[in-house]
Design a protein around this ligand. Structure first.
Ligand code: ARG
Length: 450
C-alpha cells in the first residue's frame, strides 16, 4: 500500500509483530458498511461514477459473503482488515477499487469500525443482562417468602428472604445496563471524514455518511476523533463492574452450596465432579466467574495503560485496544449466558434456610425496637438487649426463652411476641425493606423496568 516510498520489503518479523488481521478480521462487516457509506458520499461529491460506485458496492458485498462463508484468505502481509478488504476489492473490480480510499485514512476507518462494533456489542450485552435479570426475578418470585438470614461480616444479622437477596442483584445489573445505555449514547458519533488527523481537502458529506451508518452525530474535532478510545475504556470498566457483580453473586452461591450453609443446590448439569473424590459436586461455574472477573479487570488496565502516555494523535500503540476489547466482550458474553442458565435451574432448600433464620438472635434488633416503641431511648434499649444476649450466652437459654423481666423491668410480657419471624418480616414495610409484600411489589416494578 505504501510501496512508493520504500525500497525494501517489510521484514517477516515486523509483519508478524505488527499484524492485527488475526483478530481484527471480526470487524469485517463494520468495515464494509463504513466503506459503502464512504463510497456513496464520493458518488454524491462526483468523485465516482454511478458505475464505479455500483462496482465497489457489489464487490464489497461479495467479499462480505465470502468472509461469512469462510471462503476468504486473509494475509498478514496486508496487516489488518482494512487493507485486506481494500486490496481484495481492487483485485476483483480493478481501478475503481483504488479510488475508495480517497479522503479517508485507516485512522478514521478503524475508529469508525470499532465504534460500529462496540455499538452492536453493547446492545447484545444489555440483552444478555436482561435475560439474567429475568431469571433472577423468576427465582425471587418463587422464593419471595423463603426466610433466610441476612449477613454482615458473614455473621448472621437480621432475617430477609431469598427473594429480597436476589433482587439486590437485579438492582446492580440494572445500574450496569444504565451505564451501558449512557456509553452507547456517547460512542455513537461518526469519526469518518477525520482522515489521518486533519480531515481532508476533499469535502465529503460527513452528515450523510453518519446518517447512513445510523450515528447520531459526527465527531467535532479530527484530532480527538481518530485518537479517542474513551468509549473502549468505558465499556471495559462497565464490564469489569458487571463482572464484580457476577463475582459477588458467585461468592454467595458458593457459600449457599457448601455443606456448612446448604441453602441452595445447583443442577448436576452446572456443576462438576472430582477426578479423585467421588462425593464431590463443585460449583465450578461460580468459581470460574470469580476468576474471569480478574481477567476483565486486566483488560481494563491494559487499555488505560495503552492510552495514558500517547501524544496526539494516532500512535500505533492504539492497535493494542482490540484484543482486550474483544476478550472482554467474549468473556462477559459467555459468563452472563452460563450464569443465566445455571441460576434458572438452581433450587433453594427452603427448610435449611428457615432453620438458619430461626436463630432468635436474628431478632435482637427487633427486641430493641420493641423497647423503643415503649419509650426507651435506643442507646439504652441496645444495652438492655445486649445484657439479655449476654445472659442467654452465659446460661445457654435461647434468647426467646429467657425470662426477660429478670434483665429489666422495661421488658413486659408481650416482649416475647417479637420472636416471630413472620411478624418480623411483615413489619419491614418501608420502601426497600424485605417484607414479602414489598418484595412482590418490587418484582412487579422491576419486571416493567428491565
Ligand atoms: N490496524 C490499525 C489499528 O488497529 C489500523 C490503523 C492503522 N493506522 C496506521 N497509521 N498505521 O490501529
Amino acid at each position: 500500500m505504501w510501496k512508493g516510498r520504500f525500497q525494501k520489503a517489510t521484514a517477516d518479523l515486523v509483519q508478524q509483530f505488527g499484524e492485527s488481521i488475526s483478530y481484527d478480521w471480526r470487524l469485517y462487516k463494520h468495515d464494509i458498511a463504513g466503506s459503502i457509506a464512504h463510497a456513496r458520499a464520493q458518488l454524491t461529491a462526483g468523485l465516482l461514477t454511478q458505475q464505479e460506485f455500483d462496482d465497489i458496492e457489489k464487490g464489497l458485498r461479495e467479499i462480505e459473503a465470502d468472509i461469512d462463508a469462510g471462503n476468504f484468505e486473509f494475509s498478514i502481509a496486508l496487516e489488518d482488515i482494512h487493507m485486506n478488504i481494500e486490496s481484495e476489492l481492487t483485485k476483483r473490480i480493478g481501478a475503481a477499487g483504488g479510488k475508495l480510499h480517497t479522503a479517508r485514512s485507516r485512522n478514521d476507518q478503524v475508529a469508525t469500525d470499532t465504534r460500529l462494533y462496540c455499538r452492536e456489542q453493547v446492545g447484545n450485552i444489555i440483552e444478555l443482562i436482561t435475560q439474567l435479570q429475568t431469571v433472577l426475578l423468576n427465582k425471587a418470585e418463587q422464593y419471595a417468602e423463603a426466610v433466610v438470614p441476612g449477613y454482615t461480616h458473614l455473621q448472621r444479622g437480621q432475617p430477609v428472604t431469598i427473594g429480597h437477596h436476589l433482587l439486590a442483584y437485579v438492582e446492580m445489573f440494572q445500574r450496569d445496563k444504565s451505564r451501558l445505555h449512557g456509553c452507547r449514547k456517547r460512542l455513537n458519533v461518526c469519526p469518518l471524514g477525520s482522515g489521518a488527523l486533519a480531515g481532508s481537502t476533499i469535502n465529503l458529506d460527513r452528515h450523510a455518511i453518519a446518517a447512513e451508518l445510523e450515528f447520531s452525530d459526527v465527531t467535532h474535532n479530527s484530532m480527538d476523533a481518530i485518537s479517542d478510545r474513551d468509549y473502549i475504556a468505558e465499556m471495559l470498566f462497565i464490564f469489569s463492574l458487571c463482572g464484580a457483580h457476577l463475582s459477588r453473586l458467585s461468592e454467595d452461591l458458593i457459600l449457599w452450596c457448601s455443606s456448612e450453609f446448604g441453602f441452595a443446590t445447583l443442577s448436576d448439569a452446572h456443576t462438576t465432579g472430582s477426578s479423585l473424590m467421588p462425593q464431590k459436586k463443585n460449583p465450578d461455574v461460580c468459581e470460574i466467574t470469580r476468576g474471569k472477573t480478574g481477567r476483565l479487570y486486566g483488560n481494563l488496565t491494559a487499555i488505560l495503560t495503552a492510552i495514558k502516555g500517547l501524544p496526539l494523535t494516532y500512535n500505533r500503540d492504539l492497535q493494542e485496544d482490540k484484543e482486550p476489547l474483544f476478550d472482554s466482550i467474549d468473556t462477559i458474553d459467555l459468563t452472563l449466558r452460563v450464569n443465566t442458565e445455571m441460576i434458572a435451574d438452581m433450587e433453594i432448600n427452603v427448610d435449611t434456610c428457615l432453620a438458619a433464620a430461626s436463630d432468635p438472635l436474628l431478632l435482637a434488633t427487633d427486641l430493641a425496637d420493641y423497647l423503643v416503641k415503649n419509650g426507651v431511648p435506643f442507646r439504652q434499649a441496645h444495652e438492655l438487649v445486649g445484657l439479655a444476649v449476654a445472659e442467654s450466652a452465659k446460661s445457654g437459654i435461647p434468647l426467646d426463652q429467657l425470662d426477660l423481666s429478670k434483665v429489666s423491668s422495661e421488658y413486659k410480657p408481650d416482649a416475647k411476641d417479637v420472636f416471630s419471624l413472620a411478624t418480623a418480616l411483615k413489619a419491614r414495610t418501608n420502601p426497600g425493606a424485605p417484607s414479602p409484600e414489598n418484595v412482590r411489589k418490587e418484582i412487579q416494578r422491576l419486571r416493567e423496568k428491565i
